[in-house]
Write a protein of this length. Structure first.
Length: 279
């Protein structure tokens, strides 16, 4: 009998992709995998939580959906030890090694699974997923000097966590990138246009975009981000995945280190990526 797994999908666009990567890994390793998307029931959102949309339905990616009631039963049976169940949940941003877990017959995965090994294993799957969306293949192939460098500034929900990047990160990153590439110019993607416009370091930005410029659609925003050649990313899986998927031998990518100041996180940096201190 195949081992069974339920993977909970939650959070924003980037987090959803990591969770689907885990589901893909489990399916590839002969698990029967179902997806729980009940997080996106509107009642879960209040004034303290940033509203998120479900970017991919399980059916779009070849998975079966399972409802919240089934997941609740799953958790209940685990508590009373009626099934050989393992419930895996990890802290909000805690990484983990998905290759050496001791799994049981029934497994519930409720976490964010941000891990470089999982990302590298799933790159082709991610491209396959995103290729279902209009303009993805066209935009990822763009090689146009007009789309020189993208800078991602994320603040919004990070401010309450005290994890927004300091202006010094962007100042140093812009200086470093300008020394790395010819005819340096940049556009900014952000969730806080007011803050960006209030900082002189960004005066030379050609364009400043937010999701309202892309119909408040995270997928449309993401697909426009991958037009760019080089990236100064935020501590966000959104710009991380855009840069990771677009990268070729001549791409320049700058990433913050540490990823967060107050939350333990393994971070993301590859051998040919540049890092700037997150002070």
């Amino acid at each position: 009998m195949k081992k069974k797994a339920i993977v909970v999908i939650k959070g924003g666009f980037g987090n959803q992709l990591f969770q689907y990567c885990l589901a893909y890994h489990l399916r590839k390793n002969n698990f029967s995998v179902k997806i729980d998307t009940s997080f996106y029931n509107i009642k879960y959102f209040d004034t303290k939580n940033t509203y998120r949309n479900l970017s991919f339905t399980p059916n779009e990616l070849g998975f079966k959906n399972v409802n919240m009631f089934s997941t609740s039963i799953f958790k209940f049976l685990r508590k009373i030890n009626k099934l050989n169940i393992k419930y895996l949940t990890f802290g909000y941003f805690k990484g983990y090694n998905h290759t050496n877990l001791e799994l049981k017959d029934f497994n519930l995965f409720d976490g964010y699974w941000q891990n470089k090994l999982l990302l590298d294993e799933s790159k082709e799957f991610l491209i396959e997923c995103l290729s279902k969306k209009e303009s993805f293949q066209e935009n990822i192939a763009v090689d146009d000097p007009e789309f020189n460098t993208l800078i991602h500034v994320r603040r919004d929900d990070y401010i309450g966590m005290s994890e927004e990047l300091n202006i010094s990160y962007y100042k140093e990153s812009i200086a470093k990138m300008s020394n790395e590439i010819n005819n340096f110019q940049y556009d900014i993607f952000t969730d806080d246009k007011t803050w960006v416009k209030s900082n002189d370091i960004f005066l030379n930005a050609k364009n400043i975009f937010d999701q309202e410029d892309f119909e408040n659609d995270p997928i449309l925003t993401f697909i426009n981000m991958i037009k760019y050649k080089n990236f100064i990313i935020a501590n966000s899986t959104f710009s991380l995945l855009a840069s990771y998927l677009k990268e070729d031998a001549s791409t320049k990518i700058i990433t913050p280190t540490p990823w967060f100041k107050n939350i333990k996180h393994p971070g993301f940096s590859y051998e040919n990526w540049m890092t700037v201190e997150n002070k």
